[in-house]
Design a protein around this ligand. Structure first.
Ligand SMILES: Cc1cc2nc3c(=O)[nH]c(=O)nc-3n(C[C@H](O)[C@H](O)[C@H](O)COP(=O)(O)OP(=O)(O)OC[C@H]3O[C@@H](n4cnc5c(N)ncnc54)[C@H](O)[C@@H]3O)c2cc1C
Length: 454
């Protein structure tokens, strides 16, 4: 019986395990994890902290019995210490410190990501939290229930910082977001990111950009967050959301090759440089469909897909990962921001001849109540006319996620911007317009950059 071993019981690891069992029900599949929360949606943590999700157990994609029902053996609370690829052995530490070994025929590294710890003194202080694991979320919940938290600082204006600002406001806490870049959500062009900043401010969040935190001091009066200019801000709680990095230490020690991003270098079958060792999810790089090379884009959506491809190939298949576009969406209070593909600057550095057009279009017919404008930016290639990427912001009711996904599908298929016009998209006055906003945005691009558009 083939022995499949998977390190990491989160999105990538469990997706792979399920796929192996679908294809080869007779094989032995063991998933081993240092933690005790297999297959939980860490993406849901901000909504647990906001209290929109009432119980942490509800964040499980699948319960332990549901996973085991598929014939998958879970080994929890066991931290892998090293891999010996020559002997095909992994060694892990039991809770009592004793070492045990397991042998494998095929191994998947699905060790995920870890919070980036910025160069800030005092991040280890009581009341300062990172948010990566279910355990982190539970610690924040406990702290909020045991302390009178009236104010919080969120260090980092990325999507997790935005979600946490929203969550803490929903808990009745005064929130300040501290971001060292000139805008929040730097994955978007500044014009669109400013829409999200306004939404934060509308909800009484103080946003300080160009604000580089250097130190957090704890005193009897709470936490003091000091920036590079020596300015001082007090808060009862601090969330550090400074980004993620790949968790690669055991892989690197075993001789698994890393890519230039520092994550595990994989081919499109999710194979590493070592025989019968695969990698997937936040520990690995991902093939970018537009720039046609590996990049680091740690996302839950990508991890599930990569895990499934790895599982299929571990089970003897020949699946190839079709590539990431970096499609992502975030809801911040009543605003939604989304993107897919490349922005103009990214496209230019990838060697394209990009041009961008912006358009504000109604999300549905204006005569029907509550029509709102979505702002859409389309980036296309001047030479080929092909779509390269899109960004949009709009109201939560404006189906921004559906609309970015239309453009993500167009991008996947290498469509020209002019051809978005031809898509047969749905229309009813309360939900759309005869030309959907994404088509209006495509029209704007064609009008501006295609000389024969008339
Ligand atoms: C707050 C938050 C919100 C997010 N929201 C979104 C979102 O809205 N959309 C989206 O697409 N993505 C989102 N993400 C990102 C997404 O959650 C990750 O991309 C995804 O969970 C990665 O899955 P993974 O399986 O690669 O690894 P991880 O989820 O990082 O899991 C890795 C597992 O490996 C285990 N492990 C690591 N080292 C060892 C070892 N030595 N021994 C044993 N076990 C080990 C860990 O215990 C862990 O369980 C969010 C992330 C966070 C933190």
């Amino acid at each position: 019986m083939e022995k499949h071993l998977i390190i990491g019981a989160s999105d990538a690891g469990i997706s792979a395990a399920l796929r192996i069992k679908e294809i080869r029900p007779d094989s032995a599949v063991k998933v081993i994890d240092a933690d005790y929360y297999p297959n939980f949606s860490i993406c849901g943590l901000p909504f647990l902290i906001s209290s929109e999700v009432s119980d942490w157990r509800k964040l499980a994609h699948r319960t332990i019995p549901e996973i085991e029902k598929n014939g998958i053996q879970l080994l929890l609370g066991k931290k892998i210490k090293f891999i010996n690829p020559q002997k095909r052995i992994i060694a892990y530490a039991e809770q009592n410190g004793a070492f045990s070994e397991l042998i494998y025929d095929r191994l998947l590294l699905a060790t995920g990501g870890i919070s980036l710890i910025p160069q800030i003194k005092g991040v280890e202080n009581e009341g300062v939290f990172f948010l990566r694991w279910i355990g982190d979320g539970l610690k924040i919940q406990k702290y909020l229930s045991q302390h009178q938290v009236k104010s919080a600082a969120v260090i980092g204006g990325g999507y997790i910082g935005m979600e946490m600002a929203d969550a803490l406001v929903k808990r009745g806490i005064q929130v300040t977001v501290l971001e060292y870049a000139p805008s929040v959500l730097t994955t978007l062009d500044a014009e669109l990111a400013s829409y999200i900043k306004k939404e934060l401010e509308k909800n009484d969040v103080i946003v300080k950009t160009h604000h580089e935190v250097k130190e957090i001091i704890r005193s009897n009066n709470g936490l003091f967050i000091i920036n590079k200019r020596g300015e001082n801000l007090s808060a009862d709680l601090v969330i550090v959301a400074a980004g993620v990095k790949p968790n690669i230490s055991i892989a690197a020690t075993a001789g698994v090759a890393l890519g230039i991003s520092g994550a595990i270098n994989v081919d499109r079958q999710m194979k590493t440089n070592l025989p019968d060792i695969y990698a997937a999810g936040d520990c690995a790089e991902t093939w970018h469909r537009i720039v046609r090379k590996n990049v680091y884009l740690p996302l839950g959506s990508t991890s599930h897909k990569q895990g499934r491809i790895a599982g299929e190939n571990m089970a003897g298949g020949d699946a190839g990962y079709e590539g990431s576009l970096g499609t992502q969406v975030v809801a911040v209070f009543n605003a939604v921001a989304a993107k897919t593909g490349l922005r103009e600057t990214e496209a230019a550095s990838a060697g394209f001849m990009p041009a961008t057009a912006q358009c504000a279009a109604w999300d549905h017919k204006v005569y029907y109540p509550d029509a709102r404008q979505i702002i859409i930016r389309i980036t296309g290639d001047r030479q080929t006319g092909k779509l390269l990427g899109a960004q949009m912001v709009g109201h939560r009711s404006s189906q921004v996620a559906k609309r970015i996904d239309v453009l993500a599908a167009a991008l996947y298929h290498g469509m020209k911007v002019a051809d978005i016009d031809k898509l047969d998209l749905s229309y009813t006055p309360p939900l759309s317009t005869p030309w959907d906003p994404v088509q209006m945005a495509a029209h704007a691009w064609v009008k501006e950059y295609c000389s024969n558009s008339l």
